[in-house]
Design a protein around this ligand. Structure first.
Ligand code: SAM
Length: 258
């Protein structure tokens, strides 16, 4: 287990809903990228499988002759997806057993940014590829993030949440470093691309941001990082649905195992 623990609690009552926000925001783009490398019969490792939407989609793409290994430190949401095609493995990506040299595609989204030992994990994920296989990593770069409103309270709340996450090992600009990290790990033909959306409360992905605030605000207030009145006012404004945000940039880096 990592010395610093994943900052979000998988047992929190609204965690599946928060993960669904991630899926609503990013699944279309993730599928578009992965469909360049995944087909019938592919063997795919999904690292940090979370709510499981990518696992379900991968299973539909690889078919009966393919294989999807879904790994997470907490597998409660992906266990129901286990089948002849989908293997679910509860493991810590830092210390757990991972396959070596077996997979056509290895994908991980919004996971390494949370793990202090991310360079080692990246090397282990690359090591799971067969020669010629493809690594696709997606992580946030938070520098584009912001609220449409220009007053300072939303900015203070954002900084407090990012500081709390950083104390648990989160790297807020890891996304922009991904292409270099893949190249350093020995991947070739490295590509990088990013995507970001401007959304309000009518977008199902908005729940990722409002529920992240909901889950982490008590700990940030307790740690002296956030003013309770800032959290309360921003929560009310986000609940009104009219608050518009620009998301962090989700960077996808793609590289090939030589
Ligand atoms: C922000 S969620 C992203 C879930 C999913 N990849 C997605 O994009 O929809 C991060 C996931 O990484 C998992 N995770 C965090 N640290 C981990 C570790 N050290 N080993 C394995 N999984 C980890 C969490 O349990 C969680 O499911």
């Amino acid at each position: 287990m990592s010395e610093k623990r994943y900052v979000y609690d998988p047992a929190w009552e609204q965690e599946r809903e928060r993960l669904a926000g991630i899926e609503a925001l990013w699944d279309p783009g993730t599928q578009a990228i992965l469909s360049r490398f995944v087909g019938a019969g592919s063997r795919v490792l999904e690292a940090g499988a979370g709510g499981g939407s990518v696992v379900s989609w991968l299973a539909s793409q690889v078919g009966a002759s393919g294989h999807v290994l879904a790994v997470d430190i907490d597998t409660r949401f992906v266990e129901p997806l286990a089948s002849d095609v989908v293997e679910v493995r509860k493991a810590d990506l830092v210390t757990g057993e991972l396959p070596v040299g077996e997979y056509d595609v290895v994908h991980s989204r919004m996971v390494l940014e949370h793990i202090p030992e991310r360079a080692d994990v990246l090397r282990r994920l690359a090591g799971a590829l067969r020669p010629g296989g493809t690594l696709v990593l997606e992580d946030y770069d938070w520098s584009s993030f912001g609220f449409e409103a220009t007053d300072e309270a939303p900015q203070r709340v954002t900084e407090a949440l990012l500081a709390l996450m950083a104390a648990a090992g989160f790297e807020r600009e890891y996304g922009r470093r991904l292409p270099a990290a893949l190249a350093e790990a020995g991947l070739t033909d490295v590509l990088g691309e990013g995507r970001s959306l401007i959304i309000d409360g009518s977008h199902p992905g908005f729940a990722f941001f409002s529920l992240s605030l909901e889950q982490l605000a008590p700990a940030a207030i307790e740690a002296g990082l956030m003013r309770a009145e800032d959290a309360d006012s921003l929560r009310a404004r986000m609940a009104s649905g009219g608050e518009r945000i620009i998301t962090p940039t989700l960077v996808a880096a793609i590289g090939r195992c030589p």
